[in-house]
Write a protein that binds this ligand. Structure first.
Ligand code: SF4
Length: 290
């Protein structure tokens, strides 16, 4: 298999320093709806200046460059073991070039490895074989502050009056947004998984965040719920960086999985304004970044 380490380093550079256009547009809209001269608007102005400066200087958008999460779909001519080795090499190189802050810390002793390479799960690499010959690598850099405010609920939740239905899902997702206030760096984006088990719930809630902001949910009921949650979250008054205001959540993506009859989990991954996600596609000799 050919060596694509340098292409992967470029994917890390773009992801860390150049926020996708759709996210920047969402942040622009949030700035426009905030009241002139308010702390909320000032926060949005600072965020957007920072986004521009990072792009211009090729420096990380946030000091926390996050956990690198790779979602890899590989065709027949790619070898999963070699892909993993090259991804790890690319992460170490990207750290050396300061596209990433060294973030891999030994959980027991606090020692930083210095190159973002921890055990087999750091960086996190999900591999999936697909037909054909294409390679698709999605990279998400997930900040610690927003990861900390992710939540999982087991329905029914008596305290919140949330039953095992979409109304119950709505209640717990809004509770998660409410509980996150002041943390997680709003305005944010929500990836929600309904069903699965506790482990797959968190994975699917992150995969939901990989769907583009403008991708419509194929299930009309879930599409309506996504829109309703986003609108209602923006009435909570939390606002940019918790300063109050109208922009708390800029998008919600929901996916439903099968579950055991005994369980009904709702899992929420909260993504901060620094929604760093890029895709690299290789087909033949052509390499594309989006
Ligand atoms: S939550 Fe996001 S914006 Fe806030 S410090 Fe972490 S990476 Fe940066």
């Amino acid at each position: 298999m050919r060596d694509i380490t340098s292409e992967l380093v470029e994917l890390v550079r773009i992801t860390s320093t150049d926020l996708p256009k759709s996210i920047q547009e969402a942040l622009d809209k949030a700035r426009a709806v905030e009241t002139e001269g308010s702390a909320a608007q000032a926060a949005m102005v600072s965020i957007l200046e920072n986004v521009e400066m990072s792009r211009r200087n090729q420096t990380p958008i946030c000091q926390d460059t996050g956990t690198p999460l790779f979602f890899v779909k590989y065709g027949q001519s790619w070898e999963p073991g070699a892909l993993k080795t090259q991804i790890r090499a690319a992460i170490a190189e990207a750290t050396k070039r300061s596209y990433l802050r060294p973030n891999a810390v030994d959980s027991l002793h606090g020692k930083n490895t210095g190159n973002n390479l921890g055990d087999d799960n750091f960086p996190t690499i999900h591999l999936q074989e697909i037909p054909g010959d294409e390679l698709i690598v999605d990279l998400m850099l997930k900040g610690g502050g927003c990861e900390n405010v992710g939540r999982q609920y087991s329905l029914p939740d008596v305290g919140l009056g949330a039953d095992r239905d979409l109304e119950g899902v709505r209640k717990v997702v809004l509770d998660a947004v409410y509980q996150a206030q002041g943390q997680g760096c709003a305005p944010g984006f929500l990836g929600v998984a309904i069903g699965g088990d506790r482990g797959s719930g968190y994975l699917v809630s992150k995969e939901a965040l990989l769907a583009g902001l403008h991708t419509e949910n194929p299930d009309p009921e879930l599409a309506a719920l996504e829109q309703r949650i986003t609108e209602e979250a923006n009435t909570l008054g939390i606002g940019p960086m918790g300063f109050g205001g109208k922009s708390t959540v800029l998008g919600t993506k929901i996916r439903a999985s099968h579950r055991l009859p005994a369980s009904f989990f709702v899992t929420i991954s909260y993504m901060c304004w620094a929604y760093r996600h890029r895709t690299m596609t290789i087909e033949g000799t052509e390499v594309k970044y989006a």
